[in-house]
Design a protein around this ligand. Structure first.
Ligand code: B3K
Ligand code: ZN
Length: 875
């Protein structure tokens, strides 16, 4: 397997101007005829270069150059490429190939999903459809003719605008589509099948009418309203916030059941994993509704950040992904509670990206090399990439940031560019030197900020000293200092915010300021301070870093109750909880009898009964740090002790604060029937959180409450909230509820996915046995990525204590499944490998066992590139 390096980039030798594709669609055997207008893009005086087109899993039927069948001596086909040895300066190439959609279990290229055929081309799937220069800097105008059986495939869709459709002999029909915008091949899409659609219209800011259409299988017609509403919200938001207007007459979204990731932003024809489209109150939770809004927004925003301006090469992936993540985060923040959204995003970053950045798979936001590009659609490229954009906004201020965005669109519309062009637009608009800031794109690892302070009573000067460091990561032993925005405030002991005046400044300062760190160590002297303040650091999580400051319990309580920044208020509570749980872990490891400190129960109770706080925020504040996040705090991870300690806290809270929890739960009981947009999602979250605390000690009374909620729920949020607690409870009601749930929902794929994951994430000791049984369940399907994620993924990534079984049975299970998936769907197989990449963080016994699995995987003959790369780099 070959490594591709960023430094080896060179411009394409040949450009394709127009593409005409004709598909004779059939699940067993599809014919693809392509006509490419090609011209050279290099200095022919320096010697002639061959035309090399990418192609995989294709059967070549015929090949013509300027209308003449090409002699065998003038080309070679095979080994991933079609090479034409001596093409003229510009010419027409006609290639006919055959492909087999039904045999395509990798779900890349053209494949069958239920009653339809659909495509996935990013990153390199187009070459599995036809021979092409399958790289994002070759942009062309496409015309596509689709022909298929009219009975089984009444709907025929491709990018752009419908030009013509009509009937053909033998019960077949055709449709012709034309996309006027130049695009890279990865944005190409085709869908054909027996589908219905719901539609609406949107009038853009300049008064153009756009048809919005969502295509689904007929049985799902009633589950599209939320996706359609979200699309309209997203279109309006992008006009208002960024002045971006949609550019085609139609915007189509298709929901498919078999999909490797969340969704795909193909020009004018998004293809979505059905879990990010379909929703009804009975079948979707509040979280599902939110995720749909987010992903619909994300793919829509790509139309400008990704499609109109795309990436020059795949090393620049974060150019579109980091930026679009940032845009979808901002969109969601505007649609719901901004602080709660920020907290959720930070939770995700810390629980998934920080561990990646500390693992053998750590890579910069802009990687230097890859073996398989699909492995780099990572938390780092996406979510750390999003934080990098957010830091630019924090450094420049909202106004200059917006001006930078405008400048970027103005300069580069229609181009394939690098991250450098984006940052340059920001630097120019903000009149700033961002050269040091580029290190965020080129250096991997999570920086650590160590803060110390000093107060001088006599002069009234408070000094904050910040030291930055970054641990070594693969290929990067030493790091240069980053340019970091550190947003801070200062509170006096009464919880009042102090004006921040740096030494030498005349005017009175604001109460929040962004300090800019550029050196390894920097000091900031604040004047006019009467007594030693408590620093409120990293407000709104202004940079993706770890912060070290020796907060006392009193400091944390003050920040929790008084800080003006909601993120810092939340974080202070999390730091307190981490300290408490880690204390218990140490006691457990020492063989003692741990008890939860009174003070912690006390402050938990105060928060629980605090009427001033917004319910959604309260639910976040009362949620204990996840086992995975706690693991990050340990030098050598002890999954059993972490689980025991965290459960002890939950059970103690459940017992000691029973009355308050019952009260808070009752106060959140709905007074009207469920509606996803009723603004009560935070209330439901808090209610279900209270139930889970009440269930932690496992009392009969609590089980009764859970069963009652399960039976009477009029929506999936409440039903699943109750069922999740029951799935974790060793009681007869557990089977009863799981069984009833299954019988009720057996025909709904999305809900059955939830049923699989609930069981896979149960902390009960017999979970692995149950997971093994579920592998043989008639509804388990190793070819369906959602099902694999809901069982294999959920168990290995969201059930730390059971996956890390000390005997290694969890590891063996995962190793088996990865090897099974390797031959079916390499992308999904590779995704499942993540838990093994963290093997060095555990004790010697577990290390040995995980290493053995990685070695077993690497020894497999015919290992896919995707799996090989991750397994090899992990070892
Ligand atoms: N751009 C796609 C991801 C494609 C992943 C290819 N392995 C979805 C998105 O980020 O919007
Ligand atoms: Zn994206």
């Amino acid at each position: 397997h070959q490594t591709v390096y960023q430094k080896d980039y060179s411009a394409p030798d040949y450009l394709v101007e127009t593409v005409e594709l004709s598909f004779d669609l059939d699940p067993e055997l599809t014919w693809v005829a392509s006509r490419l207008k090609i011209r050279s893009n290099y200095d022919r005086a320096q010697g002639l270069r061959p035309l090399v087109l990418d192609g995989e899993e294709l059967t070549l039927v015929s090949l013509k150059l300027d209308g003449v069948e090409l002699e065998p001596a003038r080309y070679t086909a095979g080994d991933g490429a079609l090479t034409v040895t001596d093409p003229p300066e510009s010419f027409l190439l006609e290639v006919t190939t055959q492909i087999s959609p039904k045999a395509n279990s990798a779900l890349s290229g053209l494949y069958a999903s239920g009653p339809m055929l659909c495509t996935q081309c990013e990153a390199e799937g187009f070459r599995r459809i036809t021979y092409f220069t399958d790289r994002p800097d070759v942009m062309a105008v496409y015309t596509v003719i689709l022909k298929a059986d009219k009975g089984s495939c009444p709907v025929l869709l491709a990018n752009g605008n419908l030009v013509e459709k009509g009937d053909l002999p033998d019960g077949r029909h055709f449709a012709t589509w034309h996309d006027p915008f130049k695009k890279p091949s990865y944005l190409f899409a085709v869908v054909a099948g027996d589908l219905v659609h719901i539609s609406d219209r949107f009038t853009t800011m300049s008064g153009r009418q756009v048809n919005l259409e969502i295509y689904v299988e007929e049985k799902n017609q009633g589950k599209c309203d939320h996706a359609l509403r979200s699309l309209i919200e997203a279109m309006r938001w992008d006009e208002e916030q960024f002045g971006r207007e949609y550019d085609l007459d139609t915007y189509m979204v298709v929901a498919v059941d078999d999909f490797n990731m969340g969704a795909m932003e193909n020009k004018g024809l998004n293809v979505f994993n059905s879990r990010y489209v379909l929703a009804s109150p009975e079948t979707a939770t509040d979280d599902d509704y939110q995720a749909i809004e987010e992903v619909i927004g994300h793919e829509y925003f790509h139309n400008w950040t990704g499609n109109r301006i795309t990436c020059r090469d795949w090393f620049q992936l974060s150019l579109k992904e980091g930026l679009t993540i940032f845009r979808d985060q901002e969109f969601s923040a505007d649609m719901q509670s901004r602080p709660v959204k920020r907290i959720a995003d930070v939770r995700l970053l810390r629980s998934s990206q920080f561990p990646e950045d500390a693992s053998p798979l750590a890579h910069p936001v802009r990687p230097d090399s890859y073996v398989e590009i699909n492995n780099f659609y990572s938390m780092t490229v996406y979510h750390k990439g999003g934080e990098v954009i957010r830091m630019l906004q924090t450094l420049l201020g909202r106004e200059a940031f917006r001006a930078g965005m405008d400048l970027y669109f103005e300069r580069h519309d229609g181009q394939a560019v690098r991250v450098d062009e984006f940052v340059q637009a920001m630097a120019d608009a903000g009149k700033r030197d961002l050269s040091q800031f580029m290190r965020w794109y080129n250096q991997s690892g999570t920086p650590v900020l160590t803060v110390s302070d000093d107060f001088d009573q006599a002069s009234g000067v408070y000094t904050l000293t910040v030291t930055q460091s970054c641990p070594p990561t693969p290929g990067q032993a030493e790091k240069e200092p980053f340019h970091i925005p550190l947003s801070i405030g200062l509170l006096n002991r009464q919880g009042r915010e102090l004006p921040l005046q740096l030494e030498g400044e005349k005017s009175q300062g604001a109460i929040t300021r962004v300090l800019e760190l550029r050196q390894e160590t920097q000091s900031f002297r604040f004047t006019g301070i009467a007594s030693k303040p408590v620093p409120s650091l990293l407000r709104n999580f202004s940079a993706p870093v770890k912060l070290v400051y020796p907060y006392s319990q009193d400091d944390l309580t003050l920040l929790m109750t008084s800080d003006s920044d909601p993120f810092v208020r939340w974080e202070a509570g999390q730091v307190q909880a981490v300290q408490v749980i880690m204390g218990l872990v140490r006691e457990i490891q020492a063989g003692g009898t741990p008890t939860v400190p009174e003070a912690f129960i006390g402050s938990f109770g105060t928060l629980l009964t605090d009427q001033r706080q917004d319910r959604a925020f309260l639910a976040e504040a009362l949620t204990l740090p996840a086992e995975g996040y706690l693991a990050e705090q340990m030098k050598v991870i002890d999954p059993a002790a972490i689980h025991e300690a965290r459960e002890l806290v939950r059970a103690t809270v459940g017992e000691r604060l029973r009355a308050q929890l019952v009260g808070a739960r009752a106060a959140c009981a709905p007074k009207s029937p469920y509606h996803p947009d009723d603004g009560l999602a935070g209330c439901r979250r808090l209610k279900n959180l209270c139930l889970s605390y009440l269930m932690a000690p496992g009392s009969r009374e609590a089980i009764g409450m859970a069963m009652e909620q399960f039976k009477n729920a009029d929506n999936m949020t409440d039903s699943l909230g109750a069922l999740a607690t029951l799935a974790g409870c060793d009681c007869p009601e557990r089977e009863e509820a799981l069984e009833a749930f299954y019988r009720k929902w057996r025909d709904d794929r999305g809900v059955i996915d939830k049923w699989f994951s609930l069981q896979a994430t149960s902390r009960l000791p017999q979970t692995l046995d149950r997971v093994l049984e579920l592998l043989d369940h008639p509804d388990f399907d190793i070819r369906n990525p959602n099902r694999v994620r809901s069982l294999v993924g959920a168990f290995s990534q969201a059930n730390q204590v059971r996956f890390h079984d000390a005997e290694g049975r969890g590891y063996r299970f995962l190793g088996d499944q990865i090897l099974r998936l390797n031959g079916i769907n390499p992308q999904i197989a590779a995704r499942m490998l993540t838990p093994f990449s963290r093997w060095r963080r555990f004790d010697a016994g577990r290390q040995e066992l995980m290493k053995k699995e990685l070695e077993r995987i690497l020894a497999e003959p015919g290992l896919a590139r995707d799996v090989y790369e991750l397994a090899a780099k992990s070892l």
